[in-house]
Design a protein around this ligand. Structure first.
Ligand code: ASP
Length: 609
């Protein structure tokens, strides 16, 4: 072991470098640190063997740590025994090397340390390594499952490590931004009571209270509201939340929220503060200046123009409704429809029949559910050629063209259906698919907006009742309160989502702080007084003691990071993610409990076949 040294230790916080002086036992420098100015210095490095090359009597090793790669040189003619030791090293051995920094004759411009190498004169194996199951390179040969099983090796790859560094950088900036504005980070408990409203809970049996269960929080919603009652008027927490839902690329059973709440504020205050935070993050993380205020788009407008409450606004192709132009000509598909609408794809009239058939197959997929797709090409002479020519005159087709303001060379794609909302959602899928095919969803372009005025309730066919669109604590638009008794489905919520590139990155609402109004909400949501008391009695009680007006929101940190890093899946920015069946394949969890543990919990497992 080398002696204790005082080193100038370079801590990489991509893309910011911080210098910090601390004592390091095993190394004087990191593998990303040495430059030409360090030539002739005696140094000690520690790290992993990335690659070993033998050339003549020389052995070259790429030594890797979190900070980079430095080339080590072992010269057989200078120190035969040392070179032989080096030749015995395998990939991913963890070693320590003492040597002298020397200028390289053939420089490597691809890495920051490429001007120098270390002429080694002492080698210590700190730990040997089995042959890793996949190559520790950005372009690895390891498949998804294998990489997840050996995630600690996967995390050695710089492309994966960088995502976690970016995540750290983001959370640091978020804390700084919120701290500057007087927000307090307060931890709330992980073992709480179950709240069946919302997603399914993960539950935890209590040994000391046999037969009773905690639930892991789906979010700290009610607790942060209680903190407002307690007078902590600006709260935040970067917090794990748990939802037992079916998984997709952007969902994990446990995920991280940047959870915030403020007192004595209105919607506009919350939007301003958190729009500021988004702008700050884009500036410091991506170097992108967003100076314009975010659009605030009412939900109904988003649904009408884009068929989505999270419209991707990096490109156009807005919906145009065509009921007035296309109904009444004997084409029964359109005549019977409750909605006919389309998008205009610029310059796509050259799409082949095969491409159009592929789009038709796409919208007919069961998960999209359209019956078919109609297309119209704007020809070079301005005439419109469509798949429904036999039902419509050129005059009518020209009216479609005019409604879109389409030009020669454009392609119009039309969907129809007897449920307007459903058809719009199908058209939204088509719009996104076409944009994907045309490369319009550029990961380096960012389009942010607020969607506001969500409906307070949505109908659930499954439950056969109204459900809270957001959650039961969301305040109705006060102008709409009279409608609560007569047309609750028409009531707008004071709720907002922040949307970036077609992804909901955060959302929240102004909360109800009046216990009578909260009572009424529970009634409309079908809670009996007894059940409301049992589940939310603590909150209603608290509201009787001077609850301040309050509002808040929560951002999904994993989604934010994956947008900033340009990732396809949030899994890539989580150190130890679960797979699509909710399993941690590395830890092999979840797993059965030992009988002793079950006995302690007084739980008998009786699996249905
Ligand atoms: N608790 C909410 C959620 O998890 C966010 C909020 O309303 O603050 O979606």
């Amino acid at each position: 072991m080398i002696s204790l040294r005082r080193t100038n230790y370079l801590l990489l916080l991509s893309p910011v470098y911080k210098k910090q002086t601390i004592f390091i036992m095993y190394r004087t420098h990191t593998c990303g640190e040495l430059r030409l100015s360090d030539v002739n210095k005696k140094v000690t490095l520690a790290g992993w063997v990335q690659r070993l090359r033998k050339m003549g009597g020389m052995t070259f090793i790429d030594l890797r740590d979190r900070y980079g790669i430095t080339q080590l040189v072992f010269n057989e003619s200078v120190n035969t025994a040392l070179c032989e030791d080096a030749n015995k090293l395998g990939r991913e051995f963890c070693i320590q090397v003492i040597g002298t920094v020397s200028e390289r004759s053939s420089k490597n411009n691809a890495i920051p340390t490429g001007d120098i190498e270390i002429i080694a004169d002492k080698l210590t194996i700190l730990s040997t390594s089995d042959v890793p199951p996949f190559t520790i390179e950005d372009n690895t040969d390891g498949g998804d499952d294998l990489r997840m099983k050996y995630r600690y090796l996967d995390l050695r790859r710089s492309c994966v490590r960088k995502n976690l560094e970016l995540r750290h950088h983001m959370t640091t900036e978020i804390r700084k931004y919120l701290d500057n504005l007087g927000f307090l980070e307060v931890e709330t408990p992980m073992l709480i009571g179950s709240t069946p409203e919302g997603a399914r809970d993960f539950v935890v049996p209590s040994r000391m209270n046999p037969g009773q269960f905690y639930a892991l929080p789906q979010s700290p919603q009610t607790l942060k509201q209680l903190l407002m009652v307690a007078g902590f008027d600006r709260y935040f927490q970067i917090v794990k939340c748990f939802r037992d839902e079916d998984l997709r690329a952007d969902r994990q059973p446990e995920f991280t929220q940047i959870d915030c709440e403020m007192s004595f504020v209105e919607q506009e205050d919350v939007l301003n503060i958190f729009e500021g935070m988004a702008k700050h993050l884009f500036k410091v993380i991506r170097g992108v200046d967003i100076d314009k205020p975010f659009i605030r788009m009412p939900w109904i407008e988003a649904m009408t123009r884009f068929g989505s409450d999270k419209p991707d606004m990096r490109f156009g192709m807005e919906f145009v409704e065509l009921m007035d132009v296309l109904q009444g000509f004997g084409f029964s598909v359109f005549d019977d429809a409750k909605y006919i609408g389309g998008i205009c794809v610029e310059g796509a009239a050259t799409y082949t029949r095969k491409q159009l058939d592929a789009l038709t197959d796409f919208v007919k997929k069961p998960q999209i559910g359209a019956k078919g797709m109609v297309y119209a090409r704007i020809q070079e002479d301005g005439n419109v050629k469509s798949s429904i020519d036999k039902f419509y005159t050129q005059d009518t087709l020209q009216k479609i063209k005019a409604k879109f303001g389409a030009k020669p060379g454009d392609l119009i794609l039309i969907l129809s259906g007897n449920d307007a909302m459903k058809t719009r959602k199908q058209l939204c899928e088509l719009r996104l698919k076409v944009a994907d095919d045309l490369g319009l969803r550029d990961k380096n372009k960012f389009a942010l907006l607020w969607v506001v005025d969500f409906p307070l309730f949505e109908w659930s066919d499954e439950e056969n009742r109204l459900m809270a669109t957001h959650h039961p604590f969301t305040c109705p638009n006060l102008d709409d309160v009279p409608l609560l008794d007569t047309h609750p489905e028409k009531v707008r919520a004071i709720a907002y989502d922040m949307v970036c590139n077609g992804i909901e990155v955060g959302g929240g609402s102004v909360r109800i702080h009046d216990s009578k109004l909260q009572d009424k909400m529970f009634k409309i949501l079908g809670f009996t007084e007894e059940r409301a008391q049992q589940q939310f009695g603590f909150l209603m009680r608290a509201f009787k003691y001077g609850a301040p007006p309050h509002a808040g929101l929560a951002y999904g940190l994993d989604r934010w990071v994956s947008i900033m890093a340009g990732l396809d899946s949030i899994r890539d920015c989580i150190a130890f993610p679960k797979n699509n069946s909710g399993r941690d394949v590395m830890l092999d969890a979840p797993a059965q409990l030992e009988q002793k543990q079950l006995d302690e919990l007084q739980i008998k497992v009786d699996l249905k076949k």
